[in-house]
Design a protein around this ligand. Structure first.
Ligand SMILES: *Cc1c(COP(=O)(O)O)cnc(C)c1O
Length: 364
């Protein structure tokens, strides 16, 4: 008892957590922050006022526990998603990260395996290992795409309990065909999670994986208010799945996991969906301008259906990242060779990034 613990190694930490590092996108107060795919447009003033009114009403009953079933919010998400969904098919949490964690707590855990196609969302392995499960990384083809036959073969080979399909994919922006989802679903007995965090930035005419839900009780489509809805700070994510999947998640959630304030804020925001999503077209326009200019500067942007662009052709990503940082622009080095990822910002922010990059001239 005499010594002072100075490192994690001195604690009786779970063996399977030793050596892991926490999620850690740098949070630096730079004038132009385009590193974590936030919506850089603030919530419009009149919507913010209405949300505040709802929060104020919830506050008057804050001595009571909130609605454990967050019924009004689930109805709001069912209405927003459409496709004939009802609240019995909706779940929500403090960010889609918590929703994914609930899924892993129910369907992964010790002795089980979760699977994703690298490079993909860095939280999948972290959340998986947090539940004591093993994470297996599959591979992508040219330009980070996936074909139905290749994806199905890799999943069949590993036979995972949970499969993550990020559609469109972070950090690459790559679209995912519905045929890939169908093929993967057909070769596994596990839960198939389609993470549609960026779906609102995809071309309007493209079908969501929500259209595949009928008849597929192991398919889950997760969404978030963090990106298109400009609500990252509120921490609200949700999913659609068969009612029996929702029942499974009730087994692992903490009681009253969604605070009354969160429920009030999110329900109010959903009443203003058209306004909240009003910036999506503008962001998509900035994303496409970014890609075109990156190409003109000699870089190779990958096709993106999201609010960010991954580009390669960077000689030394760490040096370019630092040079941009020194010019007040924060982007993301996602650890892919010769590549960097940048979020589409407002017109001014996007211009600031492109001008800063042009002034560095480090294209290979
Ligand atoms: C940003 C992101 C999320 C959203 O996480 P929240 O917890 O809802 O903020 C989920 N999945 C992917 C792939 C993301 O990029």
């Amino acid at each position: 008892m005499g010594g002072v613990s100075t490192t994690l190694d001195d604690l009786p930490l779970r063996d399977d957590l030793r050596g892991l590092t926490p999620y850690g996108a740098p949070q630096a107060a730079l004038p132009v922050a385009l590193n974590v795919n936030e919506n850089t447009h603030p919530v419009p003033e009149d919507v913010a006022d209405d949300i505040l009114d709802s929060i104020a009403r919830a506050l008057r009953e804050i001595n009571r526990y909130p609605d454990r079933e967050f019924t009004a919010l689930r109805e709001g998400f069912a209405d927003y998603l459409g496709h004939g969904l009802t609240r019995d098919e909706i779940w929500a949490g403090n960010g889609s990260n918590e929703v994914l964690q609930h899924l892993l707590q129910a369907f992964a855990g010790p002795g089980r395996t979760a699977f994703g196609f690298s490079p993909t969302y860095s939280m999948y392995p972290l959340l998986t290992r947090g539940t004591g499960a093993r994470y297996v990384a599959g591979e992508r083809g040219a330009d980070y795409t996936l074909t139905a036959s290749d994806a199905a073969a890799q999943v069949a080979d590993v036979s995972p309990d949970v499969v993550f399909l990020c559609a469109p994919n972070n950090p690459t922006g790559t679209p995912l065909g519905l045929d890939v989802i169908e093929a993967v679903y057909d070769v596994t007995d596990g839960i198939v999670i389609v993470d549609e965090a960026y779906q609102e930035f995809a071309p309007r005419e493209e079908r969501s994986a929500l259209t595949l839900l009928p008849g597929r009780e192991r398919l889950v489509v997760s969404r978030t208010m963090s990106k298109a809805f400009a609500f990252a700070g509120a921490r609200v994510g949700y999913l659609a799945a068969a009612p029996v999947v929702i029942d499974a998640l009730r087994l692992v959630r903490l009681p009253y996991h969604l605070s009354a304030l969160t429920q009030a804020a999110a329900t109010a925001a959903l009443r203003h969906t058209p306004t909240m999503l009003g910036m999506v077209d503008e962001i998509v326009a900035q994303r496409d301008r970014m890609s075109a200019t990156l190409e003109a500067l000699g870089y190779q942007p990958y096709e993106s259906w999201t609010n960010f662009v991954l580009f390669s052709g960077v000689d030394d990503p760490a040096a370019t990242w630092q040079a941009l940082y020194d010019r007040g622009v924060l982007i993301r080095d996602v650890g892919i060779a010769h590549s960097l990822r940048v979020t589409a910002g407002t017109e001014d922010e996007t211009t600031a990034f492109l001008d800063a990059l042009a002034s560095i001239e480090s294209a290979a």
